[in-house]
Design a protein around this ligand. Structure first.
Ligand SMILES: C[S@@+](CC[C@H](N)C(=O)[O-])C[C@H]1O[C@@H](n2cnc3c(N)ncnc32)[C@H](O)[C@@H]1O
Length: 225
């Protein structure tokens, strides 16, 4: 019987994390998936339904506006954003993820690029009208999350919106009890996306997870003045 995709991803992750390499495993996993020897556990083949719902409820018109999708993986969320008219940049640290996204969406209007959230191009500073962060910060060890949260916020342009979707963890749960990846986010960590004085929390809800209605996800929206 083939290995459970979640366990296989954890095993590949552990090989990097044990070498103090927090992000190398993403490329190893995407490249194994590209060779047919692994499955990407989060690659659902369509956009995250919680993001689709957000678009349906908010109805933003992306024409003439820019968007960035962080840790875009195989591109399904970026395609949804681009379909709403945004000039969309979608980035991932894994070159094979970016290649796979381009292959999945050959007629895409989105621009797929390799970049590191923690070391992003200077011209992206306060540059995007819509910023989408789904499950990237929680894929990083807790020691990197504060820096990652700050980098996410830096992408938002004046007047721009940030949407964050993440798995929740209880506020009181000690860090060393979490055997990531992933390392789900406390309410405090989600609220900390608004730590820059001009980036305000507009809404923060726990909503049923798309794949498991007994589980919940954070969905938060922020606005830069
Ligand atoms: C758990 S996956 C989520 C993918 C996608 N956002 C989704 O919701 O399906 C995390 C993604 O973030 C990417 N990633 C991890 N660290 C990153 C970093 N520092 N900069 C850019 N991308 C990163 C990984 O390669 C992976 O595609």
């Amino acid at each position: 019987m083939s290995e459970d995709p979640d366990l296989q991803a954890q095993r590949i992750a552990r090989q990097s994390l044990d070498r103090d390499d927090a992000t190398g495993w993403f490329e190893n996993l995407y490249s194994a998936a590209s060779d047919g020897t692994a499955v990407i556990p989060w690659d659902r083949g369509f956009a995250n339904p919680l993001l689709t719902e957000w678009f349906e409820a908010s109805g933003p018109d992306g024409s003439g506006k820019s968007a960035v999708v962080i840790g875009a993986g195989t591109g399904w969320d970026a395609e949804l954003v681009a379909d709403h008219g945004y000039q969309t940049t979608a980035f991932d640290i894994s070159p094979t993820a970016v290649e796979t996204a381009r292959r999945n969406h050959p007629d895409s209007q989105a621009q797929y690029v390799v970049a590191n959230l923690l070391d992003q191009p200077a011209e992206w500073h306060h540059a995007f009208d819509l910023v989408i962060e789904i499950y990237t910060v929680q894929a990083l060890p807790i020691s990197l999350q504060a820096a990652a949260v700050q980098k996410v916020g830096e992408l938002v342009a004046p007047g721009g919106t940030l949407v964050v979707i993440a798995s929740p963890r209880a506020d009181g749960q000690p860090d060393d009890e979490i055997e990531g990846p992933p390392w789900p986010l406390t309410r405090g960590t989600v609220e900390s996306f608004a730590s820059a004085p001009d980036l305000r929390l507009i809404s923060l809800d726990q909503v049923p997870a798309p794949t498991d209605p007994t589980a919940f996800r954070w969905r938060a929206e922020f606005l830069r003045d």
